[in-house]
Design a protein around this ligand. Structure first.
Ligand SMILES: Cc1cc2nc3c(=O)[nH]c(=O)nc-3n(C[C@H](O)[C@H](O)[C@H](O)COP(=O)(O)OP(=O)(O)OC[C@H]3O[C@@H](n4cnc5c(N)ncnc54)[C@H](O)[C@@H]3O)c2cc1C
Length: 468
């Protein structure tokens, strides 16, 4: 048996980042990454752009993290007493520290015909989590028509991406409005309208009751008796943390693997990060918190006295011609403590709402209001008092709007996925990283969802001008 210092189970975005963070702090630490997927780690966040045909699969590959790789093997059994983990190829790894970064897997709703006998997707059905899924969806879409089941973030991105390729897409969502976890009904209505204008057929308040595949075109029968004829179904009906390894080893598991503020599980020497982890009752579903946890755990493992206390994620949709950001919580109606400020131009696809309590932003939805996204997100991050000109803020025209690089506060988060502030970018620029690529290499800014690329470019231009 080969004893490694650190074994990371799961070569996804959290596991790979932890290996990078550890190497940056202590290159001498021996790290082994065990990954079930057969390929090197890749940027899962950008799968929608691969599906939409705007980015190639190869472009998603993440940089070498310096770990010893065990790819295409699954960790099957964890013995926390003897500190060893058994892999699907029969090998056994000993460890001093083991990190679970097993992520989450898509949930297949209990609809007859969707699941095969082994529990995986049936013929003509695909989930949307991996590059292999993208390949399958693209093949099914060759028939020219697809159904997408589930109108959350992933379902909307998949539907928009396929429609952009000329595929006849029907988006089926059992709830009365799209993305109900992030949007209020009016925002959901605006989004549905935008998607319809972009060629997606959106069916709301109706579920699927049966999938009947056939060699050329299958049929998705809906709960109201209608049927959608299509080449295949993409199921985007939510995910569940992957916890079976932890559960069978006797670790405390709720919805995810339970961790404390130092990301320790209930077993000595075993930690968990990313979408498989449950911290203070929360399992995150966005990459920013996963990467924050990876950075904190790297500090913990090299002996720093630090803690992860939670994240304040912002959801950004990555769908061409649809600009959407949502953060915090927006109540349906104003209550005693919460003030709601709303602008709505449904026919032109613009809708925004700010929820404020004691002059502080507690939630926002911004649809078709790209100029407001930066300033509102900064308020959300900083917890500073909101400006009196709420409409100016929402429309991106007010005095509070400080999106130009010179006016951006030093502490403003430019890259949310990686937690990179303006101050950090300015420091890296002065240290010699003079273009966006160099800034990306030295700070990791732009390597997540990529929505900060424009700001990083503008920051570079501004710094170069200032230096003359
Ligand atoms: C289509 C899509 C779009 C997204 N868009 C965004 C976005 O815009 N913004 C955002 O912030 N987030 C987005 N996300 C979410 C983001 O990708 C995840 O939050 C992030 O990938 C989670 O990282 P993770 O390492 O916890 O899990 P994963 O990246 O899923 O990695 C887990 C890895 O562990 C492996 N594994 C599991 N069990 C075992 C085992 N027993 N042995 C070995 N290996 C194992 C899995 O095969 C997988 O490779 C998106 C996700 C998808 C699918």
């Amino acid at each position: 048996m080969d004893t490694q210092q650190v074994v990371i189970v799961g070569n996804g975005m959290a596991g790979h980042r932890l290996a990078q963070e550890l190497r940056a702090r202590r290159p001498e630490v021996r790290v082994t990454l065990v990954g079930e997927e057969p390929r090197p780690a890749y940027n899962r966040v950008l799968l929608s752009t691969v599906l939409a045909g705007t980015v190639s699969a190869d472009a998603l590959e993440l940089a070498d993290c310096g770990a010893r790789m065990r790819l295409g093997v699954r960790a099957l059994e964890l013995d926390t007493e003897r500190r060893r983990v058994t892999l699907s190829d029969g090998s056994v790894l000993g460890y001093e520290t083991l990190v679970l970064a097993t992520g989450a897997r898509p949930v297949l709703p209990r609809v007859p015909g969707l699941a095969a006998d082994d529990g995986g997707p049936a013929p003509g059905v695909s989930t949307f989590r991996t590059l292999a899924d993208c390949t399958l969806i693209s093949r099914l879409a060759l028939g020219g028509s697809m159904a997408v089941l589930g109108g959350g973030l992933l379902g909307v991105e998949a539907a928009r991406g396929l429609a952009g390729l000329g595929v006849d897409v029907t988006l089926v969502h059992p709830v009365g409005h799209l993305m109900e976890n992030q949007l209020d009904p009016e925002a959901g209505e605006v989004l549905a309208r935008m998607l319809r204008d972009l060629g997606v057929r959106v069916l709301l308040g109706v579920g699927a009751s049966r999938w009947q595949p056939s060699p050329d075109e299958g049929e998705l029968v809906l709960s109201d008796g209608r049927a959608v004829r299509c080449g295949g179904v993409v199921v985007t009906a939510g995910v569940a943390p992957v916890t079976e390894l932890a559960r069978s080893a006797g670790l405390a598991v709720g919805r995810g693997v339970v961790v404390d503020d130092r990301l320790r599980t209930s077993a000595p020497g075993v930690y968990a990060i990313g979408e498989c982890a449950e911290h203070r009752g929360v399992c995150h579903g966005l990459v920013g918190p996963c990467w924050e946890q990876a950075a904190v755990l790297a500090d913990v493992l090299v002996g720093k006295d630090t803690e992860y206390t939670g994240s304040r994620p912002v959801v950004r949709l990555k769908a061409r011609d649809v600009d959407l950001a949502a953060m915090g919580r927006v109540p349906a109606e104003p209550d005693g403590d919460t003030e709601l400020v709303r602008v709505s131009d449904v026919t032109r696809g613009r809708y925004g709402v700010l929820a404020l309590r004691a002059e502080r932003l507690v939630g926002a939805i911004l649809l078709g209001l790209p100029d407001a996204t930066g300033p509102v997100t900064q308020l959300h991050d900083s917890g500073s008092p909101a400006p009196a000109d709420r409409f100016g803020l929402l429309l991106g025209t007010g005095a509070a709007v400080s999106e130009t690089p010179d006016k951006l506060p030093e502490r403003a988060l430019v890259c949310r996925c990686n937690g990179v502030t303006k101050a950090r970018l300015v420091e890296a620029w002065h240290a010699g990283a003079r273009d966006p690529e160099a800034l990306s290499s030295s700070t990791w800014a732009t390597t997540g969802c990529g929505s900060c690329s424009d700001t990083v470019q503008r920051l570079c231009t501004w710094l170069a001008r200032e230096a003359v």
